[in-house]
Design a protein around this ligand. Structure first.
Ligand code: HEM
Length: 145
């Protein structure tokens, strides 16, 4: 809980700031969106954030490239299974390499690039149902935070 609420959150935000500095085009685009949605109001509220579609794209793209828990939590397989041509016996400990999944070139075009537009009008989300983007893990051991 402590690591989730402090370390993971701050690491993700630091990466997002770094990506915005490295990609001035993206920075300008999101600043423009924020200006358009908030206007002259002194404070941003939750309803405003709901209307910032590009902001959501850059947050997702940042999670894709810079996930703070790259190997997820270890699992133990309960039954003998066959996966990708390999027979894996019950009780094997399994690491899920989410870092590799999220940079897989067969799913993501130019995977090393911070290109938030790839997530515009794209149903893929990080809620644990789309297995190509799993920064919070999946299933019963998925992040509750
Ligand atoms: C940017 C923020 C965060 C990220 C990227 C993140 C990511 C993750 C990941 C990848 C896992 C492993 C999931 C799996 O193996 O399927 C996890 C587990 C967990 N997270 Fe987070 N987390 C974040 C924030 C938080 C916060 C704010 C809390 C609580 C206040 C939290 C509490 C937990 C707990 C308790 C687990 C263990 C769940 C279990 O083993 O059953 N996390 N998190």
């Amino acid at each position: 809980m402590l690591a989730g609420g402090t370390d993971r959150t701050s690491v993700v935000l630091e990466w997002l700031m770094a990506e915005l500095m490295r990609n001035p085009r993206v920075m300008k685009k999101v600043q423009k969106e924020i200006g358009r949605v908030v206007g002259k109001k002194p404070q941003i509220d939750m309803n405003d954030i709901g209307r910032m579609d590009y902001l959501k794209c850059i947050i997702k793209e940042n999670f894709r490239l810079h996930l703070p828990g790259p190997l997820l939590v270890q699992r133990e397989i309960s039954d003998n299974i066959s996966i990708g041509g390999y027979d894996v016996p019950a009780k094997t400990r399994l690491f899920i390499n989410a870092w590799a999944i999220q940079r897989d070139p067969s799913t993501w075009e130019r995977p090393e690039e911070f290109f938030s537009e790839r997530l515009e009008n794209n149903r893929v989300d990080f809620k644990g149902y789309d297995f190509e983007l799993v920064p919070f893990g999946v299933g019963r051991r998925g992040c509750p935070g």
